[in-house]
Design a binder for this molecule. Structure first.
Ligand SMILES: *Cc1c(COP(=O)(O)O)cnc(C)c1O
Length: 413
């Protein structure tokens, strides 16, 4: 393969049909932001929306805003906006709480649906909160359930007749490995188990087809590729066929059939509404509502195509420019097997990442040795890939990363 030059990447930017979307984000000057998989940047529409919600709706219309400005319907309305991005139908998704809390609700509800089976299958390398919450659910139910953790990516062979639920993250947060949603869901169902997907690293980055795969449940966060802002509320999905039987444990008043009847006993709402618990975070949800406008005219297939082209360029350029520095690719080379990030192992990963951040290339570090670079196709340019690799090369060539202050660990890595 001929060496790539910066001009080649500039030409790819000129041909990029999604290039116009970058203008919808307020990106700080002088940064190459490769961490949109952890916290998406701010869409330009956000400050005006916050002004409107704080300055007019809250300040002036006060309590009447619950009706007048539809605050009450934000969880379901935002769910309906996210649904097409993840292959769900209207009425199958709500925005509420955090991913961790939604996992608690849905894992518990799923185990209650299949009381004769006692095993949850997940991966040892799953995002910690997913497995921590599964352990908490098992303690909470006190019925002798078991969390069966698979090492590596082959979960299918761990599915047997004891398994009630397979609970996986579609894109591994460390390696960027992408599970085959259709194949794993089919294997779970063939084994008589339910399937729950965590879409934290896929929603907004690649096409997801929950209904096409026949998935039962899903959760995901909105502050990564959906750019909903720090701590933005999460989403959850329940396939229509399970909604009438679903019993989730956080039976708060907003999941009641008639919250404002103030009845003495709990009666779950019809449909997806029963997954709600308490009062929605209106400011955060309003920001997310504005942020989702960016996706209005975007085909997820086009986003995926650009995402794979970006990650492919990054892998090629790192091999071409930084081949001798000891970086080891931790992400699948095969395009269909990876999400929208590229990770490299390096024994000095932590100080190298701090040096890159000091030089304006923002990625992150995941223990024990992973440098993680996210390629959000909505706003990254191909020349950003070139420029980031040039900085990595400079930092390695000069040995600039090898400083005591770059080795000091911060609370958030
Ligand atoms: C980011 C992420 C979470 C985050 O959960 P919170 O409850 O929002 O803190 C959960 N699971 C996965 C796979 C993630 O990537």
């Amino acid at each position: 393969m001929p060496a790539l030059r910066r001009d080649d990447l500039a030409a790819m930017d000129r041909d990029d049909p999604l290039a116009y979307l970058r203008g919808q984000f307020d990106l700080p000057d002088g940064l190459i932001y490769l961490d949109g998989n952890s916290l998406g940047p701010m869409p330009k529409a956000v400050p005006a929306r916050l002004d409107e919600v704080v300055g007019r709706q809250w300040r002036q219309d006060l309590i009447q805003s619950w009706n007048r400005h539809g605050w009450m319907y934000l969880p379901t309305r935002l769910g309906d906006r996210i649904a097409p991005l993840i292959g769900a139908a209207a009425g199958e998704v709500v925005v509420a709480d955090s991913t961790s809390v939604n996992l608690f609700k849905l894992l518990t509800a799923a185990l209650r649906l299949y009381p004769d089976r006692r095993v949850i299958v997940s991966q040892a390398g799953n995002f910690p909160t997913d497995n921590y919450v599964a352990q908490g659910v098992i303690d909470f139910l006190g019925q002798g359930h078991e969390l069966r953790l698979v090492t590596g990516d082959d979960v299918i062979s761990a599915i047997d007749g004891d398994v009630a639920l397979v609970a996986l993250t579609q894109v591994d947060y460390r390696s960027g490995h992408l599970q085959d949603l259709g194949e794993v869901t089919a294997a779970a169902h063939d084994g008589g188990a339910l399937m729950l997907w965590d879409l934290c690293h896929s929603a907004g980055a690649l096409p997801v087809d929950l209904n096409g795969a026949g998935a039962d449940f899903a959760v995901g966060c909105t502050y990564k590729y959906l750019n909903g802002g720090p701590g933005a509320p999460a989403f959850l999905y329940v396939a229509r066929r399970w909604q009438d039987d679903l019993r989730q444990p956080l039976s708060g008043w907003l999941g009641h059939a008639e919250p404002f009847a103030f009845e003495a006993g709990y009666r779950p709402a019809e449909g997806i509404g029963r997954t709600l618990c308490g009062t929605p975070a209106i400011l955060s949800m309003s920001v997310l509502d504005a942020a989702l406008d960016v996706f209005d005219d975007v085909a997820m297939a086009d986003l995926r195509e650009k995402s794979l082209a970006l990650t492919d360029c990054f892998i090629r350029l790192m091999t071409q420019e930084c081949g001798g520095f000891g970086f080891e690719l931790a992400t699948p080379r095969q395009a269909e097997r990876r999400g929208s990030q590229v990770s490299w192992r390096h024994q000095n990963g932590y100080p190298i990442m701090q040096a890159l951040i000091a030089d304006g290339v923002i990625g992150d570090f995941r223990s024990p040795d992973i440098l993680r670079f996210g390629f959000a196709p909505l706003y990254l340019r191909f020349v950003d890939v070139w420029d980031a690799v040039a900085v990595i090369r400079e930092v390695m060539d000069s040995g600039r990363w090898d400083r005591p202050d770059f080795r000091r660990r911060a609370a958030v890595t």
